[in-house]
Design a protein around this ligand. Structure first.
Ligand SMILES: [Zn+2]
Length: 229
């Protein structure tokens, strides 16, 4: 009796964690283990129209279990086994997958885990490795998620005063440091370049290719570091 109650409560928790409406779920089962929880989910079939011919004569073709790492439970690893359904159009024989509401593109990581990873990376004290360890994924995966999710606007106009400095980084192309260009007035980053091993003007032209002709003639260094470059 108790076992059934706990099982149901875990299933409800799992639904909440994945942000799923119970009406979308055909089957969900949970099996708690030491240090991790397994959740298996099959969604209600929606029989979407055929993407090729627009037909509505659709049948379920097969199921492929997909393993997705999910760690909204902070105290243990949570693995989601999602039985991804494929449909088949009986008119044109095309097969196609249902919408996967769980995983980020090309990653076996859930959307919620991705969001949590990006949120953690906002802290300057965190590294890719420390965030990866917390979320049970490798540092390389954290880097990939960062590259996929984070972008900043491409600078188009030189700022009035630009600061150039190096800051420690995990690894860039050819050094342990990346070169940061900062807008002095706004006190905000303008660009991050792989290395400082070039002259100031080479660095600026990398970030502001458009500014070369129009603005450079009026630019001058007001203070340079020990190398004087
Ligand atoms: Zn079709």
């Amino acid at each position: 009796m108790m076992a059934v109650k706990v099982k149901n409560s875990l299933e409800n928790t799992a639904l909440e964690l994945f942000g799923l409406d119970a009406s979308r779920v055909q089957n969900i089962s949970t099996s708690p283990g030491i240090g991790q929880m397994l959740v298996e989910v099959t969604l209600v079939p929606a029989f979407p129209e055929c993407p090729r011919c627009g037909g509505h004569n659709i049948v379920v073709f097969n199921y492929t279990p997909r393993v997705i790492n999910h760690d909204v439970l902070t105290d243990r690893k949570c693995t989601l086994i999602y039985n991804a359904r494929r449909y088949k159009c009986k008119d044109c024989h095309r097969t196609y997958g249902e919408d996967n509401p769980f995983a980020m593109k090309r990653q076996r990581i859930s959307i919620l885990t991705g969001k949590a990873i990006i949120e953690d990376l906002r802290s300057p004290n965190e590294t890719f490795a420390s965030v990866g360890e917390r979320h049970h994924v490798s540092a390389t995966t954290v880097m990939k998620i960062f590259d996929m999710c984070v972008s900043y606007p491409v600078p188009v106009k030189l700022c009035r005063v630009m600061q150039i400095d190096e800051t420690y980084s995990f690894k860039s192309d050819d050094s342990k440091y990346v070169c940061m260009l900062l807008d002095y007035d706004a006190q905000s980053p303008v660009d991050v370049l792989p290395s400082r091993k070039r002259s100031i003007w080479q660095l600026i032209s990398e970030s502001f290719p458009e500014a070369r002709e129009t603005e450079w003639s009026t630019s001058r260094p007001i203070c340079t570091g020990p190398t004087g470059r």
